[in-house]
Every structure is written in structure tokens, then in C-alpha cells.
Design a protein around this ligand. Structure first.
Ligand SMILES: Cc1cc2nc3c(=O)[nH]c(=O)nc-3n(C[C@H](O)[C@H](O)[C@H](O)COP(=O)(O)O)c2cc1C
Length: 200
């Protein structure tokens, strides 16, 4: 897959086939993640690879419970149809966590990460995007989530379950698998709307 085609077609996939992802592909995806840029080349990332059903089930329970109370607090019914659909699909994905072929928990080592707030999480999200694009180039869909990243999203129990050390934060949880069903192209605003030539 051509790089620009991959970037232009990458969507969040939330419905996956049960087909397992080959270990050599997982390795390729993770290698791509670790090729990303980071502040002062700090490479502050670690990746927890979860394929065991028991662990996925336990994580899924933590994520679903906290997500449902989070969504309640967002007054979901007052939101647009588009947002409601995303939340519905996201909830369904969490309900199926046990059967998702692969979860990757992208973690930020706070001892290596920049102390400058703007550079901190900015030094792991390029790796996450690389990971998702590499997966996509191998026909594997993914969905970036913030499950496990904050107290409201099950951080404490997720960390405990995965044995994450005190100096490390969960930055994102990525769901991965071969896509089930068709995907429409990404819905994005026209590039001209966000370009400011020479001056805003
Ligand atoms: C920082 C961040 C957090 C996200 N969190 C979630 C999440 O918790 N659950 C989820 O289903 N999708 C999550 N997403 C995916 C977005 O909902 C998705 O990228 C957006 O709706 C655009 O849809 P598309 O990727 O299918 O084009 C997240 C994306 C980002 C960048």
C-alpha cells in the first residue's frame, strides 16, 4: 500500500474478524511504532501486547464499566447523530474486548519523557500513528482509544492488571484485528479550511 493511500484511507475499525494476527506481523507493527520521532529522540515508549483471552476479558470489564459511566456523564442523548453512532460502536467494541485479536497498550515512561508538557504525550502519539498505519498496510484495522489512561477510564485497575511500573503511564490502548465489514472513506473537513497562507 502506498503511504499516502494508507494515510488517506485509515479509519477507526471497531468490528473485527476473529482471525488471529500473526506474531511476525505484530513485530513489524511494533517496529514501525518505534521508528517514530520523539522529543530529543527520548523514545519514551513501551508497548504491552495482549492476546490472552483472560487478560482481554479482564481489561474489557474495566474499560466497559468506566466507559459507561463516562458516557452517562456526557449526556449522550443531547449529542449529534454522528457522535451517538461513534459512542454506540465504541461501546459495542468494548463489550467484545475478549474476542478482539490484539490489544496494544502504548505506555509512556515518565523518566524518559520530556518534562515539557507540550512535548510529553507528543512524543508517543507519532509512534501510535505509525503503529496504526503499519497495521493498516498489512490489512489490519485498528482503533485508538484512551481506555486505561485516566482514573475516569479505568487507569488504576488496568495498571494493576498489567503490572505497569509506577514511573510509567498508559498513553493509549489500541484495538487491532482484521476488519469486518466495509468502511467508508474518512470524513474530514476540506484542507483549505485549515490552511493559513503566510499569516492566519
Ligand atoms: C486521542 C484520541 C482518543 C480516542 N479515543 C477513542 C475511544 O476511547 N474510543 C473509540 O472508539 N475511539 C476513540 N478514538 C477514535 C476517534 O473516535 C476517531 O478517530 C474519530 O471519530 C474519527 O473517525 P475515523 O478514525 O473513523 O475517521 C480516539 C481518537 C483519538 C485521536
Amino acid at each position: 500500500m502506498d503511504l499516502l493511500d494508507g494515510i488517506g484511507s485509515l479509519r477507526s475499525v471497531r468490528r473485527f474478524s476473529l482471525e488471529r494476527i500473526e506474531p511476525r506481523k505484530i513485530k513489524k507493527i511494533l517496529r514501525a511504532a518505534t521508528m517514530a520521532a520523539s522529543s530529543s529522540n527520548s523514545q519514551p515508549w513501551h508497548f504491552v501486547v495482549v492476546t490472552k483471552e483472560q487478560v482481554k476479558r479482564d481489561l474489557g470489564e474495566i474499560f466497559l464499566k468506566t466507559w459507561l459511566s463516562h458516557v452517562q456523564s456526557l449526556a449522550i442523548n443531547a449529542r449529534s447523530n454522528r457522535i451517538r453512532l461513534i459512542y454506540k460502536e465504541s461501546t459495542s467494541m468494548l463489550r467484545h474486548t475478549r474476542a478482539i485479536p490484539l490489544l496494544i497498550i502504548a505506555c509512556l515512561d515518565m523518566e524518559k519523557a520530556s518534562r515539557i508538557p507540550e512535548a510529553m504525550y507528543a512524543s508517543i502519539y507519532p509512534a501510535v500513528q505509525n503503529l496504526m498505519l503499519a497495521a493498516w498496510s498489512l490489512g489490519i484495522g485498528s482503533c485508538l482509544t484512551t481506555n486505561g489512561t485516566s482514573k475516569l477510564r479505568g487507569e488504576v485497575k488496568s495498571r494493576e492488571l498489567l503490572g505497569i511500573p509506577a514511573n510509567v503511564k498508559i498513553a493509549a490502548t489500541i484495538y487491532l484485528g482484521y476488519p469486518k465489514g466495509e468502511l467508508s472513506p474518512p470524513n474530514r473537513q476540506l484542507v483549505e479550511k485549515v490552511i493559513h497562507r503566510e499569516k492566519w
